[in-house]
Design a protein around this ligand. Sequence first.
Ligand SMILES: [Zn+2]
Length: 687
Amino acid sequence: MSVIPRITRIVLASAVLCALALGQNAGIQEVHGINVANMDRSVKPGDDFYQYANGDWIKRTEIPPDRAGVDVWTKLGDLSNKRMADLIAEIAKSNPAAGSQERKVADLYNSYLDEATIEAKGLAPLRPHLDAINKIHDKKELARALGESVRADVDALNNTNFHTPNLFGLWVAPGFEDYEHYTAYLMQGGLQLPDREYYLSNSEHMQEVRKQYQAHVAAMLKLAGFSDSDARALRIVELEHAIAEKHRSLAENEDIHKANNMWKQSDFASKAPGLDWHEFFQGAKLDHIESFIVWQPDAFTGESALVASIPLEQWKDWLAFHLIEAYAGVLPKAITEERFDFFGKKLSGTEQQRPRWQRAIFVVDAQLGDAVGQIYTQRYFPPEAKARAQAMVAQIVAAFRKRIEALDWMNPATKAEAEAKLSTLYVGIGYPETWHDYSNYEVKADDAFGNIWCGDLSDYQRQVARLGKPVDRKEWSMTPQTVNAVNLPLQNALNFPAAILQPPFYDPQAPDAANYGAIGTVIGHEISHTFDTEGSTFDSKGRLRNWWTPEDLKHFEAATARLAAQYDTYKPFPDLSINGKQTLAENIADVAGISAAFDGYRASLTGKTAPTQDGFTGEQQFFIAFGQNWGEKTREAALRQQVMTDEHAPGEYRSATVRNIDAWYAAFDVKPGEQLYLAPGERVRIW
Ligand SMILES: [Zn+2]
């Protein structure tokens, strides 16, 4: 589980067209420590800590037309992208040798930029794929085609992405029980809109979204040369609606105990009749795999039955539409723009597309991320930066260990396991120890469509090839140039990419108070996932095993239920509340992260008084830095999408979680009657 919401990273659901919601003000701040100019000191910290820490920044910041939102993370994202762009430009200029990784980076980037060639080719790259769909003449051939379309585009526990527009998605990760080998996890899919709620909710807003979506489907089909586009669009949306009815909700998806369903390949025909599974697995090149973990068995049963009950022609139109949608970014401009018009403008509120070169960087990052990452870290992540970050992580891990030792409600047996988990935790700092090998990925200078197609396919083949092989616990699931951090529960590992270990999150020139409040709380957040609702179900080896005693679990669940109830009361819109259960694991991690980072900070002072900054004490700086992690401005449509589809609550509510921390009350002299005040007994204390 990561620290920042997926929507902040990817607003559009397609890998081809992913638009990061990155902010303006690309320059790195000159300030070291908390940014006083961003605060609104007319607001009482006890009334609205978010406004207090970020109010003036919010007032003066405008969301650029090509963004769905801006936040403090976006500055770093922009910097990282700018560096990647410079690196790629350099690589391209150096005329790298044919077949080298550098050549692939240059060719992929340039082919995506070459709009003239894309325009001149028109629909030609799409044609053979559409012809293949057109030739499907029975459900057996349909099953094979559905299998062939499967990609490794979902991720249940690391980068948490449960969405794939293909019928099903593959995730390759250590097994729940066979934790020493890579196992195939299969996930529900089949929807273009971000979540089942977009199809099933009766709110006025969603009804309007569906109307616009159907018009978009028709427009895409028309642009791709289909006749009767309106009638086909209606049937495609009807089919997706039927699929949505079979889907599990996001909150249910996060319940691991409901996900551990091992099906043998031979079980599928009886457990999920309808789809010709033999053909499907052949198409997906998974026919040699004996067993799978089926994350949402009810959805597999339901979706498979739909393959039998819904007419072939309707499925063929659905397949064709999904293909066009997935490759819209490398098809003629009219198609690219129609996709953006719906997914960017209507669904996320973004006014303009990102410049082509920025989208090209996202594509290179998605397809050849490690190739760029290798050069990126050599240039931008000196060994000193790595050493300093390691020291800080060690300090916070130690603080966490002390907190666990001191818990009066936890049994010694549970504590011993928690201790074992901390001792074996792998903390990756900056960059991975081994890099992805892209030798099976062929890239051509003049074939943007083919490059994306082959990139997705070669990634899929790489993932399938790992199945059954021994697990490398030190493997990374983020590239070094990603501004984020992640906990990998099945590997008992954390990744802190190089790109997040810089100002304003980590600034060697800033006072410790600000560093602990900013990056320290992020580090604490990730460590705490090791012990949260999910972490408590995986032991020190990454095996799915409940290592808590029943009494401990009861205590934990009672405490966390109170946190869920606290978040349920937050209402970003009159008709839409935060879902306390859906965001629970992240909210626990925030509370725990602040607590451990604060202890780590105190310990780092070794009894000395912290220097003040602009009159703020060390404690105050710590909390303000935390609050400033979450300053953001998001367009309404995108914010609604986040509230409905993400495990992370919006920044405003994350920053308000300081109300659960005793030290915050002391730091700002918060009194009863102030908006955020909670009586000591009402504060949620977990760790
Ligand atoms: Zn998290």
